[in-house]
Design a protein around this ligand. Structure first.
Ligand code: ARG
Length: 247
């Protein structure tokens, strides 16, 4: 009898342990990292971080029944933080690249976009070929940084894209290469700068997870659902219309 009770107890304890693993037990905080100067995907509105990706990750947290914590940090640190397992995932307008795939697992992509050239109207450039011999500002470690370094020249690296655009306004750089949507936010209400219509690259954004993370499945399910029911399109539309003129 005594052994029976003991074996029942150990089965109960073991199942509790097993249930507690996997994609994190309910109530365990989901820890997301980002760099929130990237409208309309993630940006600050008062004390809050809002945007398209925030809408997506809130749905993922709901799907998993777990509370969400978001931390704003330098873009350089975002992927390493996920890679080391310190954070559960990064939602930061991250472009899927073959190199990054070696270090993190990506969800399915949620948007197609690309890089553009921003220049001053008083010193216009016509196209990518015109950038030769010019000083170009980029966000450090971004795909703009990679593109300009590989195809044009050594760029001037800034902590974020708005700081690169500030340098453009102050005439410290001749052009900025950055992601298309944030470029529109920065050029909004600023008559001194313009965006060239040509897309330099085609890129897709996705959420990045630690290699082997069981959370990818839930994220994919949510993104699929948001694509199918129109809520992703609605979020893109809403935040593209509401994005602030970054300065
Ligand atoms: N899409 C570019 C990349 O993956 C830039 C992303 C910058 N994101 C941000 N939240 N500042 O490199």
């Amino acid at each position: 009898m005594k052994t029976n009770i003991l074996s029942i107890l150990s089965v109960v304890l073991l199942s509790a342990l097993v249930i507690g693993c996997g994609s994190g037990s309910k109530n365990e905080v989901l820890y997301m990292v980002t760099e929130a100067t990237f409208p309309p995907y993630e940006f600050r509105q008062g004390d809050d971080i809002v945007g398209i990706e925030v809408d997506i990750v809130k749905e993922i947290a709901k799907e998993l029944g777990r509370p969400l914590k978001m931390e704003d940090m330098k873009f350089d640190s975002v992927i390493p933080c996920v890679q080391s397992g310190k954070a559960d995932f990064a939602a930061s307008g991250i472009t899927v690249t073959e190199d990054r795939k070696k270090n993190v697992d990506f969800s399915i992509p949620f948007v197609k976009t690309g890089l553009v050239i921003v220049c001053r109207k008083d010193a216009p450039v016509a196209n990518a070929a015109d950038l030769k011999g010019k000083t170009i500002g980029v966000q450090s470690s971004s795909t703009s940084d990679i593109y300009v370094t590989q195809n044009i020249c050594e760029p001037d690296r800034y902590e974020n894209a708005p700081l690169a655009v500030q340098a453009l306004r102050a005439k410290r750089v001749d052009a900025v290469v950055c992601d298309q949507d944030p470029a529109y936010a920065m050029a909004k209400n600023d008559d001194s700068i313009m965006i060239l219509p040509e897309l330099l690259t085609e890129e897709e954004y996705a959420i990045a997870f630690k290699k082997g993370s069981p959370l990818v499945e839930a994220a994919n399910k949510v993104i699929e659902r948001m694509k199918a029911d129109g809520s992703l399109e609605a979020s893109l539309k809403k935040w593209r219309a509401e994005m602030p003129s970054a300065d």
